[in-house]
Design a protein around this ligand. Structure first.
Ligand code: ZN
Ligand code: ZN
Ligand code: FE
Length: 768
C-alpha cells in the first residue's frame, strides 16, 4: 500500500479534469481525493503499487480533449488508514495560482446532438455547452474559474442543471456555463427599441430577414457579427456600403465541411482546422465553379470560410438551409463594427454603434466580458500560418525557452496585441486592432488590466517600441513606475520568432515587413539582423535598397506614390504614347509628388519590403490606392500566372558594413517588361521568383559574414503565400536552417511577444 500526491498545473480547470481523475481512480480501485487549489490540481491517491503506476501513466495518456498538462510533480506521502473512497473535494482558493483559463471552444459533437434531438431538453437551445466545449475566456471576469467569476453568475442553475453540475460522471460536471432553456440565457430579436420575438421564433424571424436580403447584427461569442446572405450579391454590396468596408475580404460561415468543399478546395490540414475545436476562419482557394460572388473577396482567389462554432450558429445555419433547400447555405459573418473600430461587446454598445448598418438585432442576455474576434489562418504546404490570433487560441500561452521575470510587451501601433509573461509562459493577447481611435485604445486598456488579473501576475518591467508617438508608447509612459526598455519594431519581429522557436543561440533574423521607425531615423522594413539572445544584443547587417515615401503615411495608402518615387530615382520614363498608370486619375497629385521628390520634402527614406510590393503593384496598374492594409500586395500575388521560370536579377552591394539587396534593379526589370507589354501575370511571377532568389543570396552573404546558419523569418510579407512557401525551402537548399512563425502571426501581432522575450533576456543579461 502506497500514497502519492500529485500537483498538476496547466489547462486543468474547467475542462473536465477532476471527473476524469475520478473515473481513473474508480477504474483502478484507488482511494483518496482530487481538488482544485491555487497551485493547480492536487491529487492524493492511495492503493497498490502497480495500480498507482497504471494510474499515473493513464493520467498523462488519456487526458480529456481540452486539458493540457504543463507540469506534473509527485511525491510519496504517509498512508491514510481506513480510507474507503475516492472523492472530488471542494476547491480551495488562495494566493497565487498557476492554472490556465481555456480558450473558447467550438460546440462538441455531444452537445450538437442535444440541440438537434427533438426529445432532448436542450432541443434548439442556443447556449448549450459542457465541460468539453463552450465559452471560457470571453465570459471570465477573474480567476479562479468558477461560475460566480463568469457572466453566468446571474443565472442560478435549475434543478436539472444542478444535478448535472454536481454529478462527477456527467458530461456537465462543473461546466461553469452550464444552462438550459429553463434557467439559462435567452435570445430575442429586436428592431430599434422593439422586441419582435424570442427563442426559436427569434431565430425564425432572423433567417427570414436574411433570406430577404437583410442585414442583421448577431451577438455571438466574443462580440457581434454583421450577417447577410453570402449568395446574394446585392445584400453583400449593401453591407459593404453601410460598413464602409469596400475591398477587404468578408468571412463566410457555412454549415459543414461538405458545403465548404462545394465552394473551395480543402486539403486535409485545412479540413482539420475548419472542423477542429479552435475553428478559425481558414483562407481557402475558390473552386473554378464556385457559385459565390467575387464581391466577397474581390482581390483574391481565396475565400475566408469558417464552420459554426456555437450552438447559436448551428441553429441559424440549419434554419437558413432549411428555408431555401435549393440554394447554398452561406452567410457572411464579419466582425460587428465600422472599419477600424474594435468589435462590439455589449447590447447597448452594439445598438448604438450598429444601428445604421443592421436592419435587425439578434441579442441575448449572456454578457460578453472580453472581446475576441475570429481567428484567421492560411495553410501553406500543410503548415498553418496565423494571420489573426484571437478566439480559440487566446489565452493559450507560448512556451518560452526558459523562465524569467514577468515582462509586459506593449505591442505595435497597427494590428496591436500586448503580451504578458509569467514564468516560462508568454500570453499574447487576442487581436486588439489599430490604435488609431479611442475605442481601440479603450479595448487595449481593458486588456492591459485584465491580463494581470487572470494570470495573477504583475509585470516587473515593460518593453515598448522606439517610436516616440505611438499610442502604446504613451501607454508605457503612463506606467513610469515600471522599468521600461525600448526595442525597434523589426528587431522585435525577429525576437518573436526566436521566442516561439525557443532558439537559445545567436542567429540571423530576416524581417520583411511594412514600415517601422528604424534606429537610424529612416523607415525600416527589409532588414537582416544578427541577434544574440543570450547577450540580448542585435546588429543590423543588411537591408534592401531604399526609396523615398512621398507624403510619408500618405504613400502607404497610395502605392502609386511609391512607384513614382522608384521611377523618379531611377530616371525612368514611360514609352512614347503611354503614360504611367496613375496619370489618368492623379495627374495633379503627380506633379506635387514630383516637387516633393525633387526637393526631398516630407519624403522619408524607407527600406521596407512591403513598400516594394506596393510599388510594383502600382506600376502594373493593379492597385493605385488601397482601401485596406496589404491590398496592393494581395493583388500582385494573385496576379501571378504561368510559370516561365524567369527570375529578375536582384544583385547584392556592400555599403557601410551592410549587405544591400539591390531591389532597384528588380524594379527596373519590372519596368522594362511593363514597357514591353509583357502580361502582368508573367511579370508578377518573375518578380516573386527574382525577389526570393535575391533574398537567398542576401541571407547567404550574411551567413558567410557571421558564420551562422540559423535564420528566423518574420514580418507581414510572410502572409504572402508565395514567399512563405518558397523562401524557407530555398534557404534550406543552401544549407541554411530557417525557422518560421507557427504559434503567432508573422505580422505585427507578434511584436508584443518579441518585446516581452527580449525584455526577459535583457534583464538576465544585465544581471550577468
Ligand atoms: Zn459539449
Ligand atoms: Zn437549467
Ligand atoms: Fe511589422
Amino acid at each position: 500500500m502506497q500514497r502519492l500526491v500529485f500537483i498538476i498545473t496547466g489547462q486543468v480547470q474547467g475542462v473536465g479534469f477532476r471527473p476524469f481523475v475520478y473515473r481513473l481512480a474508480a477504474e483502478e480501485v484507488l482511494t483518496g481525493f482530487v481538488l482544485n487549489d491555487s497551485k493547480g490540481v492536487r491529487i492524493e491517491i492511495q492503493g497498490s503499487e502497480d495500480r498507482l503506476k497504471s494510474f499515473s501513466l493513464r493520467l498523462r495518456d488519456e487526458l480529456p480533449p481540452l486539458a493540457a498538462i504543463v507540469s506534473l510533480e509527485w511525491e510519496n506521502m504517509p498512508v491514510v488508514e481506513a480510507e474507503e473512497r475516492f472523492v472530488i473535494q471542494a476547491s480551495r482558493s488562495g494566493a497565487g495560482h498557476s492554472v490556465l483559463i481555456s480558450p473558447d471552444v467550438a460546440t462538441c459533437p455531444d452537445c450538437l446532438q442535444d440541440i438537434f434531438a427533438p426529445k432532448n431538453r436542450r432541443y434548439g437551445y442556443a447556449f448549450t455547452n459542457c465541460t468539453n466545449c463552450g465559452p471560457r475566456f470571453t465570459i471570465t471576469a477573474r480567476i479562479p474559474y468558477d461560475r460566480p467569476s463568469t457572466s453566468m453568475a446571474c443565472f442560478p442553475l435549475c434543478t436539472d442543471c444542478r444535478l448535472e453540475y454536481e454529478d462527477p460522471l456527467d458530461r456537465r460536471f462543473h461546466a461553469q456555463p452550464n444552462a438550459c432553456p429553463v434557467c439559462g440565457p435567452r435570445l430575442w430579436l429586436q428592431k430599434n427599441e422593439i422586441r419582435l420575438a424570442e427563442g426559436s421564433e427569434a431565430l425564425a424571424g432572423l433567417v427570414q430577414k436574411l433570406a430577404e436580403g437583410g442585414i442583421a447584427a448577431v451577438k455571438g461569442l466574443g462580440g457581434f457579427h454583421l450577417v447577410c446572405d453570402a449568395a446574394n450579391p446585392e445584400a453583400v454590396r449593401t453591407l459593404r456600403a453601410r460598413k464602409k468596408r469596400f475591398g477587404k475580404p468578408l468571412a463566410v460561415m457555412v454549415p459543414d465541411l461538405a458545403t465548404a468543399r462545394s465552394l473551395c478546395c480543402v486539403d486535409p490540414t485545412e479540413a482539420d482546422l475548419l472542423s477542429g475545436i479552435k475553428r478559425p476562419i481558414v483562407l481557402l482557394r475558390r473552386k473554378e465553379d464556385c457559385p459565390l460572388d467575387r464581391e466577397l473577396a474581390p482581390d483574391t482567389d481565396y475565400l475566408g470560410i469558417m464552420l459554426p462554432y456555437t450552438p447559436l450558429h448551428h441553429l441559424i445555419l440549419a434554419r437558413f438551409a432549411a428555408l431555401r433547400p435549393k440554394r447554398i447555405p452561406a452567410l457572411v459573418m464579419t466582425s460587428g463594427n465600422m472599419s477600424s473600430e474594435p468589435i462590439c461587446l455589449g447590447n447597448r454598445e452594439a445598438l448604438s454603434r450598429l444601428t445604421r448598418i443592421a436592419d435587425l438585432f439578434l441579442l441575448h442576455d449572456r454578457d460578453i466580458l472580453i472581446r475576441c474576434d475570429d481567428s484567421v489562418v492560411r495553410v501553406v504546404d500543410g503548415r498553418a500560418i496565423l494571420l489573426r490570433r484571437a478566439r480559440g487560441y487566446t489565452p493559450s500561452p507560448v512556451f518560452l525557452p526558459r523562465s524569467g521575470p514577468s515582462v509586459f510587451g506593449t505591442g505595435p501601433e497597427l494590428k496591436a496585441t500586448m503580451c504578458l509573461t509569467k514564468g516560462n509562459q508568454a500570453f499574447p493577447s487576442q487581436h486588439i486592432g489599430d490604435m488609431s481611435n479611442l475605442e481601440t485604445m479603450e479595448f487595449y486598456r481593458e486588456m492591459a488590466a485584465h491580463l494581470p488579473d487572470i494570470l495573477q501576475c504583475e509585470p516587473k518591467a515593460q518593453v515598448r517600441d522606439v517610436h516616440p508617438n505611438y499610442m502604446t508608447t504613451a501607454f508605457a509612459q503612463e506606467r513610469s513606475h515600471l522599468p521600461t526598455m525600448t526595442l525597434q519594431h523589426h528587431v522585435a519581429h525577429v525576437w518573436a520568432c526566436i521566442a516561439e522557436n525557443r532558439i537559445d543561440e545567436p542567429c540571423l533574423g530576416i524581417a520583411l515587413d511594412g514600415t517601422g521607425l528604424g534606429e537610424d531615423g529612416t523607415l525600416w522594413g527589409g532588414e537582416l539582423f544578427l541577434v544574440d539572445p543570450i547577450r540580448a544584443q542585435h546588429q543590423r547587417i543588411g537591408r534592401l535598397a531604399r526609396v523615398r515615401l512621398p507624403g510619408g503615411d500618405q504613400a502607404v495608402v497610395e502605392p502609386w506614390r511609391i512607384a513614382k518615387a522608384f521611377v523618379h530615382s531611377l530616371g525612368l520614363a514611360p514609352p512614347a504614347g503611354r503614360a504611367w498608370p496613375w496619370m489618368e486619375q492623379y495627374a495633379t497629385a503627380d506633379s506635387i509628388v514630383q516637387t516633393m521628390l525633387d526637393r526631398g520634402i516630407n519624403s522619408p527614406i524607407s527600406s521596407s519590403c512591403g513598400r516594394l510590393f506596393d510599388a510594383v503593384s502600382a506600376l502594373l496598374g493593379l492597385c493605385l490606392v488601397i482601401d485596406y492594409e496589404g491590398q496592393a500586395a494581395i493583388r500582385l500575388e494573385s496576379a501571378q500566372a504561368e510559370d516561365d521560370r524567369i527570375a529578375y536579377p536582384c544583385p547584392l552591394r556592400h555599403d557601410e558594413g551592410l549587405t544591400i539587396l539591390d531591389t532597384h534593379e528588380i524594379f527596373k526589370c519590372v519596368f522594362i517588361d511593363w514597357r514591353n507589354e509583357v502580361p502582368t501575370g508573367i511579370i508578377s511571377g518573375r518578380f516573386h521568383r527574382g525577389l526570393i532568389r535575391g533574398l537567398v543570396d542576401w541571407t547567404l552573404d550574411g551567413a558567410t559574414r557571421t558564420g551562422i546558419r540559423k535564420v528566423v523569418l518574420s514580418g507581414g510579407v510572410f502572409q504572402n503565400a508565395t514567399l512563405a512557401r518558397c523562401l524557407p525551402t530555398a534557404l534550406q537548399k543552401r544549407d541554411l536552417e530557417p525557422s518560421v512563425h507557427t504559434l503567432v502571426p508573422p505580422n505585427d501581432a507578434c511584436i508584443s511577444l518579441g518585446q516581452a522575450w527580449y525584455g526577459i533576456c535583457a534583464l538576465e543579461a544585465e544581471e550577468k
